[in-house]
Design a protein. Structure first.
Length: 115
């Protein structure tokens, strides 16, 4: 089993890994603290989970909890998660680079046409 075979979902302080081809639940985990909305970020070899002010790192292949941070003094609510290793940020960086390259090409073409 590899990360390419997995899909992650989270709700009500729970996280589950599903096989992306079959939908079979391969593992599930319940946060020992926090409640409500569960925010996820696949950060390379870590699945970062935030639940109502508590942040956890899980092994994405097994669901084993690697660490927990209570984030004292930060409050509660839906957390924003970002990382240079996170799959969503890598996708956004690639899209932004493609947009910038397209804009630069369009500007060059417009300048060339105008002269």
């Amino acid at each position: 089993m590899s990360l390419n075979d997995l899909l992650f979902t989270g709700f009500n302080r729970r996280v589950a890994a599903l096989h992306r081809d079959t939908g079979e639940i391969l593992w599930d985990w319940k946060a020992p603290a926090g409640s409500s909305y569960t925010n996820l970020l696949l950060d390379g070899d870590r699945l970062i989970v935030s639940v109502s002010g508590y942040t956890y790192a899980l092994d994405p292949l097994t669901g084993a909890q690697l660490w927990m941070n209570e984030m004292k003094g930060f409050g509660y609510g839906v957390a924003s998660l970002a990382s240079v290793h996170g799959s969503s940020s890598a996708h956004l960086l690639a899209a932004a680079a493609a947009d910038a390259a397209g804009a630069a090409a369009a500007t060059t073409a417009a300048t060339t046409t105008a002269t």
